[in-house]
Design a protein around this ligand. Structure first.
Ligand SMILES: [Zn+2]
Length: 82
């Protein structure tokens, strides 16, 4: 099957939305829910949340994000491990 789907309409998987095989930075576990100015939410892992947040400062953590998950994002964002 080499037919790539251009638009993915399937419901979000229970893990990180941005998980990609080529992106080993993904820790795969969801736990962070970020929302943009338009209120659109993204469920991502802490590693991807850090990447998104550094790229787009308008994103914020929603109340669904646990403090420990935010702490993990900060570790990724400000260069702890790796
Ligand atoms: Zn991820």
């Amino acid at each position: 099957m080499s037919n790539a789907h251009r638009s993915r309409k399937s419901p979000p998987p229970p893990s990180c939305e941005l998980r990609e095989e080529e992106r080993p930075t993904c820790v795969g576990r969801e736990g962070v829910v970020m929302a943009g100015p338009d209120g659109r939410e993204q469920r991502v892992c802490p590693a991807h949340a850090a990447a998104l947040w550094l790229t787009d400062p308008t994103l914020r953590f929603t109340a669904k994000t646990r403090p420990e998950a935010i702490a993990a994002v900060m570790r990724h964002a400000f260069g702890g491990s790796r």
